[in-house]
Design a protein. Structure first.
Length: 289
């Protein structure tokens, strides 16, 4: 049986990440380790009798319990900007891919993988040891991306009680949404999905969503409120017969990193009325059950 150590480094994209990789590769060469990068597709072929490090943007779920992991990341807005600029992505797509990556970062950090940041003076890698920074100056403070929606990842491991507000402009609305009012959706029409989103990935954990709705039904508004990912959702059915403000609180367990979807559907046709949705507050209230 091989005694090979295979160390995987999950590295976020950020300015100077290539210099870090070159320096880590040099440290591997000096220690007789193999160095490889994995950006998708088949895993690199390695000598099973020599220690190795593989650097990439993603994890392989089948390896989570069988290899040594470390994480090198940066501020969430820096990561999103890197995805946007390098892959030539629109903001919505960059947000989706950056949050997916950061959810994997958080999952590994929560499992105890050592975390370092782009501007650190060194990176500590299990077994291989310390590698000093190749950067001549600390990483410049990030320029915030207004409304990026990624503030949930300010701490790499996304601790319990992490809370963030996602404004309504991160969500997807139908044709009868009045964006001039910011958040108002007309209820007039057939049974349908009124809005959903924001498809920002969350790491494993128990996540609570809280929204305050303002509703003016004509006679009644028959609503289905869902929170979760894919088909794994918690549901609240509400028939609202009077105008007012309604506070919705709903909880769902994320078993694996997945994009968050909060959606409200009109379950019976309506002749008039409207619903206002200013945004969603989400909070991590526990680890995955």
């Amino acid at each position: 049986m091989s005694d090979q150590v295979c160390l995987r480094l999950l590295q976020s994209p950020f300015p100077g990440d290539d210099l870090w990789r070159q320096t880590i590769a040099g440290a591997c060469k000096a220690c007789g380790w193999q160095y490889a990068e994995h950006w998708g597709g088949d895993r690199p072929t390695l000598d099973p009798f020599r220690n190795a490090i593989i650097v990439g943007w993603t994890t392989d779920a089948s390896d989570l319990n069988t290899t040594h992991w470390a994480v090198q990341t940066a501020a969430p807005d820096v990561v999103m900007a890197a995805f946007e600029q390098r892959l030539k992505l629109a903001s919505d797509d960059a947000r989706y891919h950056a949050s997916r990556h950061l959810a994997e970062v958080a999952a590994l950090a929560r499992l105890g993988a050592p975390v370092s940041y782009a501007g650190d003076g060194e990176i500590q890698l299990p077994i291989l040891g310390s590698v000093p920074t190749p950067l001549e100056a600390p990483l410049a403070p990030p320029v915030g991306i207004p409304g990026s929606g990624l503030a949930v990842y300010q701490d790499a491991d996304v601790p319990i009680d992490t809370e963030v507000f996602w404004p309504s402009d991160l969500f997807n609305f139908g044709d009868l949404a009045d964006k001039r009012r910011g958040v108002r959706v007309e209820l007039l029409g057939r049974r349908r999905l009124l809005f959903n989103g924001p498809n920002i990935w969350l790491p494993p954990g128990v996540w609570e969503a809280c929204a305050e709705l303002r509703v003016l039904p004509q006679e009644k508004a028959d609503l289905l409120i869902e929170w979760g990912y894919g088909t794994e959702v918690a549901e609240i059915a509400e028939v609202l017969t009077s105008a007012g403000r309604y506070k919705i609180r709903i909880t769902q367990n994320w078993l694996a990193p997945a994009p968050a979807d909060f959606r409200i559907s009109l379950m019976m046709p309506a002749l008039a009325g409207w619903l206002e949705f200013p945004g969603l507050k989400v909070r991590r209230i526990g680890d995955a059950a």
